[in-house]
Design a protein around this ligand. Structure first.
Ligand SMILES: NC(=O)c1ccc[n+]([C@@H]2O[C@H](COP(=O)([O-])OP(=O)(O)OC[C@H]3O[C@@H](n4cnc5c(N)ncnc54)[C@H](OP(=O)(O)O)[C@@H]3O)[C@@H](O)[C@H]2O)c1
Length: 372
């Protein structure tokens, strides 16, 4: 049996520690991969500092992490799509409420993945490049395709143009980079926001229009651009995105719905240890005030809003829609690219907290990756 190692959090809000971990054999609908690259996400940081609030079902010691690519080393009895040696990318679902399983966290050498949440990757796509995909594509897909969100048509090689437009606020984020590509592959036009240095990047992913979210006139500019067009709603990503999207959607013709990836206020400055209460109480107060303000704004504009939970697709038809039906062929035919580009910050599990700290300081149209 292979020897496994993991980046553990041993108690709630505890530090990351590298140590031995059991090797877990796959159940019927699972595979095990030897992880070769993992990407870090804002959520991984928040699970360390605020895991007791945002994922209260977690039982410690635990292994977090969602984004992983590697080689298949074992295949469950019911799995037909994968064989030992296949190169894959998968959504490591361990911290989802329905899974709650350290063996399914990405931050370890041998990761258990759900087969329906895993895609083969072509030889032209490196493990590092592929590792950026999973949480970004999953969060985007939850907001775009789930029935109780925007309920868009599924992405496919043969999607007909709908002539309708989706607004993606935050197109250069990891979630946004995936959302633009998924929506275009489903037949929608996309209008997005980014810093001007990333306009060429988001247009390269398929966006028709790109607007600077720093501009004071950005909402009016987008509304003007959309004049005479029918919208299918908005995906709001990044600080301040939900209020701006409510304002845009409320002034356009079409579906008055905003799928929200980002909470109305940030929790980034709440530490795991010393000074926690000092920062937590104002963050909670800001959250309550921000949520009430957003709800009032949405009611005034007659717009519905709903917060995305990025792993919800594990339990519904959207997971296989993306990881089985769409991604493998789309990646092989380069109709979908792993985006944003990976920036490798180091090698080995101990480098993951280094990547998380760099992530906290901010990235632009790139995703931080650790090779294993
Ligand atoms: N609900 C969920 O389940 C879930 C899951 C995953 C992520 N998220 C959330 O989704 C958001 C994006 O995460 P990510 O990992 O995709 O981010 P990321 O790639 O780390 O975000 C970096 C990008 O953010 C952009 N940005 C910064 N401020 C912005 C603003 N005010 N409006 C729009 N874009 C802005 C920057 O764009 P420029 O460089 O072009 O300025 C930069 O390219 C975060 O808030 C994260 O917490 C939620």
């Amino acid at each position: 049996m292979p020897e496994n190692k993991a980046l553990w959090i041993n108690a709630k809000r505890g530090p990351f520690t590298v140590g031995p971990a059991p090797y877990t054999a796959p159940r019927a609908d699972e595979i095990v991969i030897r992880a070769r690259a993992v990407a870090v996400n804002p959520m991984d940081r928040l699970q360390q500092t605020l895991g007791d609030i945002i994922t209260p079902w977690t039982r410690y010691p635990f292994v977090f992490g969602s984004d992983v690519a590697g080689e298949v080393v074992a295949v469950g009895s019911g799995v037909k799509r994968f064989h030992v040696g296949d190169r894959v990318v998968g959504y490591a679902a361990g911290s989802d409420k329905g899974r709650k399983r350290a063996a399914e966290g990405a931050f370890q050498d041998y990761v258990v993945l759900l087969a329906p949440m895993t895609s083969a990757i072509p030889d032209t796509v490196s493990f590092e490049a592929a590792s950026v995909i999973s949480l970004g594509v999953s969060t985007a897909a939850c907001g775009l395709f789930q029935k109780d969100f925007l309920a868009l048509n599924a992405p496919s090689a043969s999607a007909s143009p709908t002539g309708k437009t989706l607004i993606v606020w935050g197109g250069s984020t990891s979630v946004g980079s995936n959302a633009i590509q998924l929506a275009v592959a489903a037949g929608y036009d996309v209008v997005t926001t980014a810093s001007p240095r990333n306009f060429a990047y988001v247009k390269g992913l398929g966006a028709r229009g790109a607007f600077d979210y720093h501009s004071k006139t950005v909402v009016a500019d987008i509304v003007n651009f959309l004049s005479g067009r029918e919208i299918v709603g908005a995906l709001a990503i990044g600080p301040g995105s939900a209020a701006a999207c409510v304002d845009i959607v409320g002034r356009c013709k079409g579906n008055r719905f905003v799928s929200m990836a980002t909470l109305p206020t940030s929790w980034d400055d709440v530490p795991a240890g010393r000074g926690r209460i000092f920062h937590l109480v104002p963050a909670l107060a800001r959250m309550i005030v921000g949520t009430i303000g957003l709800n009032q704004r949405a009611r005034r504009r007659k717009v519905r809003t709903k917060m995305i939970w990025g792993s919800a697709l594990v339990a519904n038809e959207v997971g296989p829609m993306i990881f089985e039906a769409f991604l493998p062929a789309a990646l092989a035919e380069a109709r979908f690219v792993a985006a944003p580009g990976a920036t490798v910050v180091g090698t080995g599990l101990a480098q993951i907290p280094v990547g998380l700290e760099r992530q906290r300081q901010g990235v632009s149209a790139t995703k931080l990756v650790v090779t294993l």
